[in-house]
Design a protein around this ligand. Structure first.
Ligand code: HEC
Ligand code: HEC
Length: 166
């Protein structure tokens, strides 16, 4: 046995003794094993939550999580979904390019922005795919709720310190 391996075996033996001592003393109660507040032997029912009942015209913009995040829908959308190929109720209020560049009016729908009227929606100029501005909404943006989501009063199950970007 070299000096190095001898020293190593002493250290390893010490570690094993130390870890035995820890496991012998510490037991984790079954209520603290998971993220769920309760015993792992229970089947907890998640708390009930509801989407906002506030109708368009009565809500305030919600904070955006980060720069370029699609804004969350602050109003109720029960009457406007599902969005189908023939019927998109969102357009009736939001498809209004005449409002571009004008100040926002309280209680009035903000217009769908210019970025949604470019085809292809996500052009890659380096690949010769440069988006062209067009008069009508890009089909790639037709399904609004793919990116914009209404919000429910569901409290986070695990507290966190996330703050939306300014
Ligand atoms: C009856 C008109 C109306 C309809 C239909 C409607 N909205 Fe709105 N929407 C508004 C108004 C008005 C606001 C501004 C907030 C307010 O006054 O309540 C708004 C706000 C929003 C915002 C927030 C924008 C921001 O900058 O924060 C989003 C996103 C949005 N609506 C998406 C949708 C989507 C998606 C649909 C279809 C599922 C839809 N809306 C249907 C009127 C409408
Ligand atoms: C592929 C994702 C995507 C789809 C689909 C989409 N949006 Fe957006 N939307 C965004 C993003 C990202 C922004 C914020 C950045 C921007 O303005 O382009 C935005 C911004 C908006 C705004 C805010 C405008 C403002 O002045 O603050 C409105 C209103 C809106 N969208 C409505 C709609 C409606 C209505 C539809 C369906 C016809 C739709 N969007 C479809 C991603 C999307």
């Amino acid at each position: 046995m070299t000096r190095a391996t001898f020293l190593f075996s002493i250290a390893a033996a010490g570690l094993i003794t130390a870890s035995c001592a820890v496991t012998a003393e510490q037991t984790i109660p079954d209520k603290e094993l998971g993220l769920v507040k309760g015993s792992v032997f229970e089947t907890p029912a998640p708390p009930a939550y509801e989407y906002t009942k506030d109708m368009p015209g009565s809500t305030k913009p919600l904070p955006r999580s980060y720069y370029t995040a699609p804004p969350q829908i602050p109003h109720n959308i029960d009457a406007f979904v599902p969005i189908t190929a023939k019927n998109n109720a969102c357009l009736g209020c939001h498809d209004n390019p005449a409002q571009w560049g004008k100040p926002r009016q309280k209680g009035m729908p903000p217009p769908i922005p210019e970025s949604h009227y470019v085809d292809p929606a996500y052009g890659h100029p380096e690949a010769g795919l440069k988006g062209k501005k067009q008069k009508t909404l890009s089909n790639a943006r037709y399904n609004c709720v793919q990116c914009h989501a209404p919000q429910a009063n569901a409290a986070p199950l695990v507290q966190n310190t996330f703050k939306p970007a300014k």
